[in-house]
Write a protein that binds this ligand. Sequence first.
Ligand SMILES: Cc1ncc(COP(=O)(O)O)c(C=O)c1O
Length: 399
Amino acid sequence: MTIGIDRVRAETPGTAHVLHFNNAGAALPPRPVLDAQVHHLEREAAIGGYEAEAEAEERLARTYDAIARMLGCTTDEVALVENATRAWDMAFYAMPFEPGDRILTSRSAYASNHIACLQVAERTGAEVEVVPHDASGTVDVDALRSMMDDRVALIALTHVPTNGGLVNPAAEVGAVARDADVPLLLDACQSAGQLPLPVDELGCTMLSATGRKYLRGPRGTGFLYVQRDWIERLEPPLLDLHAATWTGPDTYEIHPDARRFETWEGHVAGFVGLGVAVDYALDRGDSGSPALDAIAHRVRALAATLRTALGGVPGVTVHDQGRTRCGITTFTAEQREAEAVQRALRDRDVNVSVSPPSSTRLDAEKRGLPALVRASVHYYNTEAEIERFVAALHSALED
Ligand SMILES: Cc1ncc(COP(=O)(O)O)c(C=O)c1O
């Protein structure tokens, strides 16, 4: 099963300018995504924003269709929002926590999510507990199972953490959640676009993701999936006239589908572009083969090559954990701050990002991690780029 890399690169303008290993930050969008947004912005300028939105009704509907196709859900289970954090928050803050409820989370939790857990615990008297990990850093599913009791109100799992290549076993966690009849909120921010996300197989009740990372969509876009029979059990923390209808002077009705988690005003050009990005990802496979499997396979192979190559650079330590790994690689270089490495690479037209301990404090403190250089590959990257990357890193570290 192959992806047409030459074609994909030809359709990705950025590949002509930079060596982009910052796909976990924001991936390079393909031309159709860019064109869809520019077209919409041009229509907004030409005929007016509301009129352009009305004209784009079908294209917007296609965005829900594309996401539903990717997740294997129905369009009424999908809400379009501005980023993954807002998607996660709209689900999390809608949970009716009570004193003594237990919220089980993982060591790889993203800062924003964990801050929200701490706030909700303070407000409601719920307790936040971190599920143990095995030696590979992977969430320990047996330990999770042994923690389940009728006070567990939510399992919040980060599928792929922001600071490394680890992939948590979402489907196994989902099976524990299902057996215990506890909802699973899956943070798929870093996995959407690089791993298949069949929500039914993953057993997740809610899933949050962003557009700009591995999905190669526009910035300022994200989405939330909520399983049909949970939608009406979740009262969104914020409502507007799109999420609810003002039915009388003193009454309102909350929308019965996932649009209750949306707001009226939004980044229409971005949402149109997001749908094109999801379709673009889903169409990468040869006919008949699941495209995200092909993407996952190539991304994993490229990242493994990168890790091996980094292992040969003097003074460099790779920090990725996990029994199963994906496209994110994090490393440190002796005597060099991560920011200095990032700057030196940027001077060589190479993009990486920095993962500070504060973005994954539980994990960083446990492992004593400093800020890490994060190099994240996508399927449009090549082995030749990995060689160039390693050469650029050698030269950056010699300066
Ligand atoms: C694991 C994880 N969750 C959530 C987020 C937040 O995503 P967003 O910036 O789209 O809100 C990030 C961002 O890097 C992330 O890595």
